[in-house]
Design a protein around this ligand. Sequence first.
Ligand code: AMP
Ligand code: MG
Length: 355
Amino acid sequence: MDTKRIQINDINDIHNEELMEAAQIIREGGLVAFRTETVYGLGANALNEEAAKKIYAAKGRPSDNPLIAHISCMEELTPLVAEIPEAGRRLAEAYWPGPLTMVFPKSAIVPYGTTGGLDTVAVRMPSDPVANRLIALAGVPIAAPSANTSGRPSPTTADHVWQDMNGKIEMIIDGGPVGIGVESTIVDVSGPVVTLLRPGAVTMEMLEETVGHVEIDPAIQGPPKADVKPKAPGMKYRHYAPKADLTLVEGMTADVTEKINRLVRERQAEGLKVGVICTEETRDAYPAGIVRCIGSRKHEETIAHNLFAVLREFDDLQVDAIYSESFSRDHLGQAIMNRLTKAAGYHMIQAQDQV
Ligand code: AMP
Ligand code: MG
C-alpha cells in the first residue's frame, strides 16, 4: 500500500481538505497516524471491529492488548460507557482534554475487538488540536495506540512513524513533534477504588489532589510476575525496547558517572559499541562512548520529551549496549522511570556495587 504523508501547518483551517480526507479514511475503516500531545497515534474507527484488526496487524500487536478510544468532546463519552462514575466525572473535569485515559464499564456499541475482549473501555480526550480536529471530523471515536511497531519505542515525530508504518497504513499526518513524549496516564475508574494502571504526565500527585487516595497497580512497579495479572493488559509486554541491552545505573551522581565510565571502558575493550544516556547536568562527565543528553533534571518534562527519540537514535546507530542514569520516581519521574525500567527489561544496578 502507498502511504500518503501530509503536513498540517495551520490547524485553524478547519476545511483543510487533507484533514477531511484523513477523516474519510477513518470512517471507511482505514488507518491514519496522527500527532497527539503524548505520542503519535495509529488511528482507526473504534466502533468498527475490522478496522481495529488492521491496527493489530500493522503494529504486530497481540490482539488481547486493548485499544484506547479517543474522543473530541464530553458528549462523545456517553454512548461508549455504561456509566460515568463520580471519580471519572471529576477527573474529566480536571484533566480533559489532556494526557489522561480512563477505564470505564463499556456500553454495547463498543466491540470486543477494540477492548481486547474486556467489558471495560479505555477513553481519552486529547488536547492536541490536530488529534481533536481529526476525531471531530471523523464523527466516530478513534482507537489509537502508539503508531510504532509493537515492541519498539513509541514515536514522537512523523519520521519515527514513517520508519515503522510506511507501506502499512493509508496516511500519516505530520503535525510536527509531540509535546509530552510519553504515553497517557491510565486510571481505572470502573471499580470501587481509583487505580493507576500506567503513569504519565497527569501524575499521581495530580490524581490524588482531585479524587483522594489512588491505588497503584503492582504491574507498574516492577517486572511482570507470573501469578499477578496486570489490570492493563499491555503492561505485561516488554514495551519500548531498544535493540541494545539497556542498563540503568542508580546512586549518587558522582558514583553514577564513575560507574558508567568504567562500564563503557570495559565494553569498549570487548569491542562493543556503547551508548550513554546522560543529562544536561552531567554532559561533560563522560569522555567515552556515544553520549546523548536526554534533558535537564531541573526540567523533567524535557527528559520525558526526548526519551523515546534517544532510544530510537541508539537503535539507528546500532549500539550494542546502553548505560543510562536513573531518575527520581516523584511526579513525572514515575512515568519516566516506568518507561526506562521497562526498556531496560528491569536491569538496574547500583553505582556503589562492585559488579
Ligand atoms: P497504547 O495504546 O499503546 O498506549 O496502549 C494502551 C494501553 O491501555 C494498553 O496497553 C492497555 O494496557 C491499556 N488499556 C486499554 N484498554 C483497557 C481496559 N479496558 N482496561 C485496562 N487497560 C486498558
Ligand atoms: Mg504503545
